[in-house]
Design a protein around this ligand. Structure first.
Ligand SMILES: C[S@@+](CC[C@H](N)C(=O)[O-])C[C@H]1O[C@@H](n2cnc3c(N)ncnc32)[C@H](O)[C@@H]1O
Length: 215
């Protein structure tokens, strides 16, 4: 387990430069808007909005958040267990006082704060299925009452997942795909309910799936 985690961290550290040049496609942005941004707009009346992004990489998704007309109310924390990717995020957003980036594994992350919104974009595909329950238990404990959690990923039972499995088998994909195993969204939904999070929205844009849960 630890070995797998260390390999994932090494691959993301090594690929930091490659990812820093990447920006999300239109369909990726679309699902982000219909899940994460929609949850944020439901929180806009709050005095302060505490947001935690797990596996934030170089901070791609903080950028649209920082452009919201109520962004001044948002206290954003991004964590990632790749030190290099967090280094890239810190460099990119050094002028944004309401964004903080930390190197941390979510399952070991401790915070004195609770959050109004916690989101995971393409993070479950790197988690061990055996740890999924721990992710939900942790999220339940870190959310404020009526807070939201959002997961965006690709579904295990999809043509895209099959394509990636074949790509891995025939070594047609870049090295950082080797650890990818997509989660089943129906299992995620069951786990959410089991850990006291109410699924309030499921959406799909091409290969991307999203689930919004409420505490
Ligand atoms: C595919 S990248 C996605 C990055 C970002 N969410 C995005 O959409 O641009 C997955 C990221 O999750 C991070 N990650 C995976 N599991 C993690 C965990 N348990 N704790 C913290 N970071 C994690 C990886 O280091 C990697 O940067």
């Amino acid at each position: 387990m630890q070995k797998r985690k260390l390999r994932i961290i090494r691959d993301f550290d090594d690929a930091t430069e490659i990812f820093a040049k990447w920006s999300p496609s239109e369909i990726f942005r679309k699902i982000f808007h219909s899940s994460v941004m929609e949850a944020l707009s439901l929180l806009r009346k709050n005095k302060e909005i505490n947001v935690l992004e797990v596996g934030c990489g170089h901070g791609t998704w903080f950028e649209p958040i920082s452009k919201l007309d109520f962004s001044k109310k948002i206290e954003y924390v991004g964590i990632d267990f790749s030190e290099k990717r967090i280094g890239a995020a810190k460099k990119l957003f050094k002028k944004n006082k309401n964004a903080k980036f930390f190197v941390a594994d979510y399952l070991e992350f401790s915070s004195s704060k609770k959050y109004d919104l916690i989101f995971f974009i393409e993070v479950f595909q790197y988690a061990d299925k055996k740890d999924f329950a721990k992710f939900f238990k942790k999220t339940k404990g870190m959310l404020k009452r009526d807070g939201y959690a959002v997961i965006i990923d690709k579904d295990k039972y999809s043509a895209h997942s099959l394509k990636v499995s074949l790509g891995k088998l025939f070594k047609k994909l870049p090295y950082y795909y080797r650890h990818v195993i997509y989660p089943s969204f129906s299992s995620l939904e069951k786990l959410a309910k089991a850990y006291g999070l109410k699924p309030v929205k499921r959406s799909k844009v091409k290969e991307f799936n999203a689930i919004v849960m409420k505490n």
